[in-house]
Design a protein around this ligand. Sequence first.
Ligand code: SF4
Ligand code: SF4
Ligand code: SF4
Ligand code: FES
Length: 946
Amino acid sequence: MNKTRQADLGTPAVGATETVSVEIDGRQASVRKGTSILRAAREAGVDVPKLCATDSLKPFGSCRLCLVEIEGRKGYPASCTTPVEEGMKIRTQSDALASLRRNVMELYISDHPLDCLTCSANGDCELQDMAGAVGLREVRYGFDGENHLDAEVDASNPYFQFDASKCIVCSRCVRACDEVQGTFALTIEGRGFESKVSAGIGEDFLDSECVSCGACVQACPTATLMEKSIVDHGMPDRKVVTTCAYCGVGCSFQAEMKGDQVVRMTPYKDGQANHGHSCVKGRFAWGYASHRDRVMAPMIREKTSDPWREVSWEEAIAYTAKQFQAIQDKYGRKSIGGITSSRCTNEEVYVVQKLVRAGFGNNNVDTCARVCHSPTGYGLKTTLGTSAGTQPFDSVMDADVIIVIGANPTEGHPVFASQMKRRLRQGAKLIVVDPRKIGLVRSPHIEASYHLDLLPGTNVPIVNALAHVIISEGLADEDYVRERCDLESWESWKTMILKAENSPEEVARVSGVDADKIREAARLYGSAPNGAIYYGLGVTEHSQGSTMVMGMANLAMATGNLGRSGVGVNPLRGQNNVQGSCDMGSFPHELAGYRHISGDEVRNQFEKHWGVTIDPEPGFRIPNMFDAACAGEFKGMYIQGEDLAQSDPNTHHVEAALSSMECIVVQDLFLNETAKFAHVFLPGTSFLEKDGTFINAERRINRVRPVMPAQQGKQEWEITQEVAQAMGYPMNYASSAEIMDEIAELTPTFRNVSFKFLDEVGSVQWPCNDAAPMGTPVMHIDQFVRGKGLFVETDYVPTEERTNRKFPLLLTTGRILSQYNVGAQTRRTANNVWYAEDLLEVHPSDAELRGIQDGQLVSLASRKGDITLRAKITTRVKPGVVYTTFHNPETGANVVTTEYGDWATDCPEYKVTAVQIAPASRRSEWQEEFQARARDQGKIASDAGQ
Ligand code: SF4
Ligand code: SF4
Ligand code: SF4
Ligand code: FES
């Protein structure tokens, strides 16, 4: 059998705690009530043959291979669909059973190509295994009758193929798509001999509804649905369990290797965030790690107009240190800083912030979370006492009413979306608050009870109106509030919330959402036994991002929806390690574990450990760094894995700031847009080479294990450590495990965390310390981390970005499933077949008014700049709102976004920009300049031998 195959107990585990006693082939077993005989037998070490059953799917009972005998019962029941009962005596082997199973197998095999030795699934095929298990030696029916052996192969999907000639119509794929993924893309067409798996009438996989999650491929017991990488390279011979490096779900995967090559990533069944499921990115889009664009040698150049020069690591590091020291000598200690990356491990992030604080001697460190979830940190810490989401993902299975605000989980957090959709199919109710008709509003077997399609920028009035209804209609949980919350703040918040301006009727005027809909949605959430809120960047990336986070926390506290399973306020984090990069002390005002830099006690603790004096003054945030650079006061930046030039708002301002600096060091896999302004390029490692930890949206600390050595010669923490040493600061870790040990020692919420512990337990959710040795899945159970929950008044202050006659539309932005953020990784994979360019969604009435046709090039102009992109005419957006993604650098979506930001954290207001659109005949000036620069960069890169 294939060495990487994961154990399969045949049917899912049951939730019951009560057990029954049974006898299986003479062995006594104690089994949870409701367990199938098949699973009970496998748990007891007795392998009953099976084909249509697998433990990720409900039993189906179609193949008749798992038949057993039960004492006192007639016939041969299917063990996968028959639950155990107290005192049952089961026989799994007898002559009669053997003969029945052989007959079944004979029928399968008579319509199956017998090319096992050359089949790509050889050694990993359950049909092959079962033929052996039932002792099939000959096939009496011959192969001359009607069969499916010449059925065509559908190779349209870039990552897997469908070879119908090998299909045994077990329906596992169809059920996986329905039950696990929730897309319902597959059906069994026809009956009897004519039955076949279909991805849509007359459609191939690529043109169908399929979202390439891979669940069907994983479930298929034969080579019918098979990864093309396995067809090309053969079966893996070893595996390493690691964590996906894309989104904040943090799925665990088995990286399956053949020699030193990754041939497949399969979702890991014991992964506590994903339970064996995946999305197209983590499952298939890992080829970027070995893409030819990847830079493998350090490079330097004195001026950005010079060609890059490949140098040794020693020279690159010495040059970096010399440049930074020269800048500090000339412009002062605070003239340089660093940015940490949410794509890097905690250990890599920690050493960068330490380089800044201990090596540079200032607190000019910030992280890319500044531009996504910094309001989450501020808002949840202020109200509840900790800068993190409150629940594990599994908690959604206990929710009765789910509110999704400013998030698009099926595109941005697909594996969690599948779990949420499972709960919705079980009957939980859904309220979507989003300007756009996201997939969850209506998809197979799911329909939101209410879609509050608000105008971008009006989250705060909507959350206030929901609270207004809850308070005015007596739906608040007064007992909970009295026991758990700060009552003074409760009273003043109630006074604010009951003001007429927060009534649904008033809010309908500013938000564009019908007042009755607001009222009914509030009643639904307010009267739910368990109400859960999930939100994304559509909440945080606003001028009132922090206000809105606090507004949601207020709502949850007022209704008693915090502190148990099924409830909570949950940020869906964008990047894989946003939570971790914030936890590690990347913000200019906080040391690891969110402790303010001005606190003498905590600073002394770090000073003692690090052997330096730490500046008690907070340093610059990213926007302050840019402003200071434009003012000539900030001259050098160490940028870890973050493409500021593409991902930060108001591109013209960012480019002006970057151009004015004297030494920009970029540490990344590829020459990204920011590298065009850089003087030193330090090649980084992909997640397949990293050794460390990521922390997902549920505070889960997951191990990232190297499946191959660092391809450019050094781990990223080693590079940073050598820069620190070259600048005279003695940083001397021998491994990333040692870095985690230091983090644990200095951070109370991580006290019991170590690589050894994680390897033993799989993963753990912080806080993990003596008070919670196995971690903390649900936060705030008995009391809030801050003690009493604090209600904060959330008056609505409209953004200064307003529409007018010149810019009458509102632009908002988001992501799509197949691409990821600035696209540096996914654009270097076959995922481009689904989305090669950013499109502008326009409502038909806005398009008609301007004479815009579907697919036409249009100009998109704001007060900050203009770009062109293709129009997609759709009713997903409402009149007056346009929408685009930002995955392609050549689109330059941030050329048009503004410098407005969240009042508390400076998180940019990406989600609201006043714009005008018009038909265009050519690309914008910025885009032409961009293309010219890209051509130059290509020339320089090829001069440097890239
Ligand atoms: S494609 Fe695979 S999983 Fe689907 S019915 Fe055929 S054999 Fe079963
Ligand atoms: S890859 Fe996923 S979405 Fe596509 S058919 Fe298979 S299970 Fe369904
Ligand atoms: S859901 Fe997120 S973490 Fe999971 S496989 Fe997809 S991208 Fe990776
Ligand atoms: S495994 Fe039980 S009927 Fe197929």
